[in-house]
Design a protein around this ligand. Sequence first.
Ligand code: LLP
Length: 413
Amino acid sequence: MIPFAYKNNRLFCEETDLTAVAGQYGTPAYVYSKAGIVHNFQKIDQAFAAHPHLVCYALKANANPVILKMMAELGAGADVVSGGELALALKAGFPAQRIVYASVGKTDAEIRYAIGSNVLAINIESREELQVTARIAAEMGAVAPIAIRINPDIDIEGHPYLTTGKSANKFGIEMKEARDCYLWAAGQKSIKIAGVHCHVGSMIKKADPYVKMAETLAAFVSDLQAQGIHFEHVDIGGGLGVDYTRVLGEKETPWFMEPEDIAEKVIPVIKQTGCEILFEPGRSIIGPNGLLLSQVLFRKETKGKKFIIVDAAMNDLIRPSLYSAYHTVLPLQKSDAATEQVDVVGAICESGDFLAKDRDLPVMQRGDHLAVMTAGAYGYTLSSNYNERPRAVEVLVDGDSHRIIREREKAAF
Ligand code: LLP
């Protein structure tokens, strides 16, 4: 299900006319569909129903407190990557025993906070971090629950910035060293082995990397179980890819593959270990259920190039600039006007500040509105105040009602 559709040539989110939303709250504005978020979470959760599991929503995709509270109430766990995200997750109502904490660079204060909060697992990313965690837990008179993040050298064949499971990446510990780390950890009084962790990348488009990862992890765990080490969970990370060209229609599915395609291949493999499965999706839950509303400020033409200059920019949505990411752009009012090829750009003083390049869009004029689709994930969380621009307002749509879930930052003038 995708909650956006044209009705009478006007773009709607659920039963809400987005032109009215833009008029009421101004632009740029992030708009999210409650029904879409709930649907995607439940679809992913149910896909794993045949096996004990926990879907830990990755906060980095979108950490709006109202959305987090919704996810916690749906029974999701949380995947956090900093003390700040851990604090947000706890405040939103995620029970600590449903929170996993990964990061290659935790500070001592963050490690202390995670241990003191009694999280489900601290995902360890280096031998040194394991030793420091054991020491800090001992000093606290506590026991730190850990899962070592394995780097299995699996390629997802995606954007180099979104690939995390190759040896050349900074993430996780290579298999042989990880095995030594577990054997060492098993002898530490201040460490409890909770599970094993892996995340090979984001925007995964095929089930293969998950299957390879599951097989690798199952073999790894079985070997250590034979050494007497007990594991409670196998965490397969997040990464389910979203098709940025599928943006409209209730019958459309936003994913390259259904979550069931992953679950039915992964469950039988992990089942042999007797472990619970943890899955950490972010983008696939929230990405297709959010968009960025913007208004045309000016039109401009240079030799051979037409620009539509809008009031959103790379400080609001950096994905096109940072990863050359494609986001579909749609006018809020569909028309029969002729189309033209344009770049949709923001006001920031960099040529890398664009939202879309060389797109055929209906001719748009100053004051018209457009939507940058599939912007729910890694949109607001990656936004900044670059060029002293205030961050956008965030709005949640629920049927035909809508409300602000984070105020627009105040302009300094
Ligand atoms: N678990 C871990 C350990 C991760 O590092 C990530 C994402 C996830 C789960 C969630 O992955 P997802 O299901 O959302 O793909 N800013 C980039 C994406 C960076 C992803 C970082 N890690 C983008 O805008 O495409």
